[in-house]
Design a protein around this ligand. Structure first.
Ligand code: FES
Length: 67
């Protein structure tokens, strides 16, 4: 799915940026180029970053409960 139509950034590009260490919306946007023009995509980028953070926290909770 294309997230940013101005810079042709996909949800996979956002996923890759997060996997490579981008932890904030600003860091993901810098890395992918998203939200650098009209910025209407910023909310979608934010939702994807929040989704990743939520998944990471859930995994951390599971890891913490297991140890
Ligand atoms: S849609 Fe992303 S900057 Fe325009």
């Amino acid at each position: 799915m294309i997230v940013c139509h101005c810079r042709v950034v996909s949800d996979r590009d956002v996923d890759a940026a997060v996997s490579e260490g981008a932890r904030t919306v600003a860091a993901v946007c810098r890395r992918t180029g998203a939200a650098q023009d009209c910025a209407t995509c910023i909310f979608t980028v934010k939702a994807l970053v929040c989704q990743h953070a939520q998944e990471a926290w859930t995994l951390a909770e599971v890891d913490g409960a297991a140890s």
